[in-house]
Design a protein around this ligand. Structure first.
Ligand code: ZN
Length: 135
């Protein structure tokens, strides 16, 4: 697989409304998109930093994965997303063949019109890893 860059960092927050002012007023970034991803039970807010985005994630459901993450570990970095040039599905097949445990067996729709898939943190030294491509 060929990774071109870090597409985004996913950061779990309790409240977008409380978190956005830090990124805008302290770091001087601009929130350019807020989007709900219903299947993932999250509301997301995006900031561009060079060619990498910050994706803030607020849970829309107390049983959602982000709510569970915050309950266990508190707010903070949730995942790292790498842009792959040769497609998410072929990257998944390749890493599965190398023994990496997958969360998603095939690409699915994520925020910002991306096709995404997650690798299991057990196989990635504890870092929840997302692969993504523009779809
Ligand atoms: Zn993400």
């Amino acid at each position: 697989m060929k990774v071109s860059h870090i597409e985004h960092l996913g950061i779990a927050v309790k409240s977008l409304q409380d978190a956005i002012p830090y990124y805008e007023n302290i770091l001087g970034l601009k929130c350019y998109n807020v989007e709900e991803v219903a299947d993932q039970k999250v509301k997301t807010a995006f900031f561009m930093v060079g060619q990498t985005k910050i994706e803030l994630l607020e849970s829309t459901d107390p049983e959602g994965t982000i709510a569970k993450f915050i309950e266990k570990k508190g707010e903070g970095v949730h995942h790292v997303a790498f842009a792959v040039e040769d497609g998410v599905n072929s990257a998944l097949a390749e890493v599965a063949g190398k023994g990496v445990q997958l969360i998603d067996k095939q690409g699915r729709k994520g925020a910002e019109g991306l096709t995404i898939a997650f690798l299991h943190p057990k196989s990635t030294q504890g870092v929840l890893t997302e692969l993504c491509e523009k779809s």
